[in-house]
Design a protein around this ligand. Structure first.
Ligand SMILES: Nc1ncnc2c1ncn2[C@@H]1O[C@H](COP(=O)(O)OP(=O)(O)OP(=O)(O)O)[C@@H](O)[C@H]1O
Length: 536
């Protein structure tokens, strides 16, 4: 069983003449301490009226079936856990007297008091009629959340500003990558005054995320430029970017609270598979995002478990593609790419990775090593999706070999797949065919995004998938917008028609003087860091 990372302490629970209708089910036994509900990785604490679904059950009509949920995400073993709460109720909940927006996850901080009875509506100290002695919950984390990099020195350490315009940068780290640090941030809200006028309780500030990248001088960042043009429910939403005088680029974006797909699959010391239905809904959403990107001439080029974020760590949740650090926009002039970029483990063979580490000795964010081949196109993203689907269905990375770059690159070029192991015994033939159709070395024969959506594995379940997507994944507003047809935020982007990509382009024409070297990045940053084994 996973380690306890935090607790909800039951407080203000002076029960008179009965149990006030509260039943704590399994969770109390797991925490081992009476009156404390354990919060562990990979399991959500649910509070509500529904006996089968919830860990804490209140038999009261004012409490919704699932009233609120609490969970924790952990980026890696060295990171501080992030605890979230989401109000899923009809009547609302408050934290420290502040109301929450429905269905939006908020970060919990030590000693936060969670009130599921919504006292704030008419609570006054002299009011004898208000509900008393109803249990509240106090959140307590197991480890200090400020950690070693204390709030004061993170700004100094990263040489970043505390505020950028009306954005306030917090001290909590959401994740770290090869290129940047992702921190929690807040946007100054002016709407509080209007809330006061309507005598509603003050609303808790929503959290956002900011990715901060150290830029090399005179580099224009393509990631920020591309992200500002995108608007899709399955692609990270960016609100603002800013370059400071210290060479930092700030990308202000939505905070995605469920952690990344790598952390979701990493249980114990290996990656575990998930059910075919669960994988199908994830693939369906990624394909929606890829279709949108590719239709607009954008290739992600670094699809991997780490860059797929979850809205909450549970099945049937929204998936968000992040990290457009090496994405590329194709235009009518540039129809193919010749730069070797990405993560070898997920990288299509035609991208042209070499196993020779020497070649990648000098690191550059705008990675450029000239390719020997005729280039590659958007189908490289479909190969990466094939690797991701393979891992989700079997828990195994298909070309990982002995884990060395040499063996990964060699295995990828051969593209052999083995579905005869016990890991595949419960996987349907259609799912295996789907993986095979994406992990096809011959690019011409490999499916594109639309082809993948038409594959029997997806098309057989299309009606159900679309229904779940429309009703559970999208908000009604998003559904309406998608129905009207997706539009880019900015008009001045050179859109390539799909037919143009199919036209063959001449061999790479970059002069040798432009040859630069590139060091690959790894999703496996976590594999190397925490030594997670792929093979069970
Ligand atoms: N908006 C976000 N909300 C929540 N978590 C995020 C967000 N953006 C990034 N993360 C987390 O931070 C990690 C690093 O972010 P990101 O991948 O964008 O950085 P990077 O430096 O480009 O990484 P890489 O080494 O993969 O190139 C991600 O794996 C993810 O877990």
């Amino acid at each position: 069983m996973e380690q306890v990372l935090g607790y909800l302490e039951v407080v203000d629970c002076e029960i008179e003449g009965g149990d006030q209708g509260m039943t704590i089910l399994n969770n109390e036994l797991q925490s081992g301490i009476e009156g404390f509900l354990a919060i562990r990785r990979h399991s959500m604490v649910k509070i509500g009226r529904h006996k089968k679904e919830c860990d804490v059950v209140f038999n009261e009509p004012s409490i919704s079936s699932v009233h609120c949920v609490v969970w924790v995400t952990l980026f890696d073993d060295e990171a501080m856990p992030m605890f979230y709460i989401k109000d899923t109720s009809l009547n609302g909940i408050t934290i420290n007297g502040q109301s929450l927006k429905k269905n939006i996850a908020y970060l919990l901080q030590d000693n936060d008091i969670i009130d599921i009875w919504n006292h704030t509506i008419d609570l006054s100290p002299d009011d004898d009629d208000h509900v008393v002695n109803k249990p509240l919950f106090k959140f307590v984390s197991h480890r200090s959340q400020t950690g070693s990099a204390s709030g004061m020195d993170i700004y100094e350490k990263l040489n970043i500003s505390k505020t950028i315009g009306d954005w306030e940068i917090g001290t909590r780290v959401v994740g770290n990558g090869t290129f940047g640090h992702v921190l929690v941030c807040y946007k100054d809200s002016t709407s509080l005054s209007s809330l006061k006028e309507t005598k509603k309780p003050q609303q808790r500030k929503c959290e956002f995320a900011v990715k901060i990248i150290k830029m090399k001088p005179n580099r224009i960042d393509k990631e920020a430029k591309i992200l500002l043009t995108l608007k899709h429910p399955n692609i990270i939403q960016v609100y603002r970017t800013f370059n400071d005088l210290n060479g930092n680029l700030y990308i202000f974006q939505d905070l995605i609270p469920g952690g990344d797909l790598f952390s979701y699959l990493a249980k114990g010391s290996c990656l575990s598979s998930i059910s075919e239905q669960e994988a199908l809904l994830i693939v369906f959403q990624i394909l929606h995002a890829l279709k949108y990107l590719h239709d607009h001439g954008i290739v992600h080029r670094d699809l991997k478990l780490d860059n797929i974020l979850l809205n909450s760590p549970e099945p049937c949740t929204r998936i968000t593609l992040a990290d457009f650090g090496i994405a590329k926009t194709l235009t009518s002039e540039i129809k193919r790419m010749h730069t070797v970029v990405g993560t070898p483990e997920y990288c299509a063979p035609e991208v042209g990775f070499k196993a020779d580490r020497q070649m990648y000795s000098d690191f550059s964010r705008v990675a450029t090593i000239e390719q020997e081949h005729t280039g590659y196109d958007q189908k490289c993203d479909l190969w990466s999706l094939g690797v991701i689907t393979h891992i989700m269905l079997s828990g195994i990375s298909p070309f990982y070999g002995d884990g060395t770059e040499k063996s990964i690159v060699k295995n990828t070029k051969i593209g052999n797949l083995n579905f005869s192991t016990q890991h595949w015994s419960n996987v349907s033939p259609n799912a295996k065919e789907f993986v095979k159709a994406l992990l096809t070395v011959d690019v011409e024969k490999r499916l594109d995004a639309q082809g993948a959506l038409n594959h029997p594995w997806i098309s057989k379940h299309l009606a159900t998938l679309q229904q779940i997507y429309d009703k559970k994944i999208l908000t009604p507003k998003e559904k309406l917008k998608l129905d009207k047809g997706s539009e880019l935020n900015k008009e001045n982007i050179n859109i390539v028609k799909r037919e143009d990509w199919k036209k063959k382009t001449p061999k790479a024409t970059l002069p040798h003087s432009l040859k630069k070297v590139f060091k690959p990045t790894y999703s496996s940053k976590k594999i190397y860091k925490s030594k997670i084994e792929y093979f069970k």
